[in-house]
Design a protein around this ligand. Sequence first.
Ligand code: PMP
Length: 414
Amino acid sequence: MPSLDTAAIRSDFPVFERLIGGKQIHFLDSGASSQKPSQVLDAMTEFAAHHYANVHRGAYTLSLEATTEFERCRSSVARFIGATSPNEVVLTRGATTALNQIAFGWGGEHLRAGDKILLTTFEHHANLIPWQMVARRTGAQLDFVPFNEDYQFDIDVFEAKLDTDVKVVAVTGMSNVLGTLPPLRQIVEQSHSVGAIVVVDGAQLVPHLGVDVTDLGADFVAVSAHKMLGPTGIGFLWGRMDRLEEMEPFEGGGEMIADVTLESATWAQIPHRFEAGTPAIIESVGLTAAIEYLEALGMDAVAAHDAELTAYALGRLADVPDLTVYGPSDLSKRGGVISFTLGDAHPHDLATILDSEGVSVRAGHHCAKPLVRALGVPATARASFYVYNTTDDVDALLDGLSVAADIFSPSRVV
Ligand code: PMP
């Protein structure tokens, strides 16, 4: 029995009414950004048309309505991720801003020369560069846990590297290139036992598998809305309240102060002190609608659907000659992101051929250059799934790959 009613879901997404080059769109790039259902688009339009004003500073009806909607987004996020209070949710511009806030606001305050920041070799640049920058400023050292021969988080190396000098363990919840799901619970438990905090880059994990932050027990989690059916320009940072209290604001400006003199300022309450400037108000309404859409589907069903498609796709890809998949073979250790190369074909050429067959995949280094370098290839092509994908999309990918294989075949006469 399919875990999701994909026909009904697809009818909610206007993009699938489109043809490109006369062909139906097989969108396999939700890992980069997901498509948006009418429920999200309509909610933003209705709000912007009839309820819009700036938040948190008006005594008039429109501003009060806008503030209610903005704060409803915070409560929706809190419910979606199992936070104990909406005050643990900071609305940010996206996962990147959230990770910078944590690195600079927490790391910049608490790291010292000799401290270690433990990352993986397969982080997205968003969970690497901010730590490089903070390490440079504080004198802390970076260290890395690699992936093992099955592209899984190498727990033995992690255990060997974890000591009391490690103050931060910052790890992806799910690799955007390999699909790898590091064992977060074990990482949290062991990191806490040496006094390190755990930062989870949830940009890929949370839209696909959901999270219960209270149950997981990490210290910080960062997420973007645009990969979970919501709009661009908004995301969130969840932090345990005691960690948020230890964090300094990373940006200053309006909305984040309690009092200001010409020489100094005091901060507003948490979470407002971390939300300088006018926030993404219209987008917050879209994020609420996206969360409600996912909740109506049920995150267990969303995860099961991803898992079914991933298993189906990996099964079919295994039969393609000269095709290499980069990611765990153990299906319980991976999510719905599949990176691959086909013989010597450059992934960009491959993606262009697939596009001409109606199949949208990403090609490149996927903002994880050290990882792609470690794979020993200049780039990979990547297919990723979400709630609107079906086995038809996977079949179209396979058909496209066979067209590409034919074009790249050395025996082809030109
Ligand atoms: N981390 C991971 C694992 C990602 O896949 C992405 C987006 N590609 C990010 C962080 C950054 O997200 P954003 O660009 O939305 O800030």
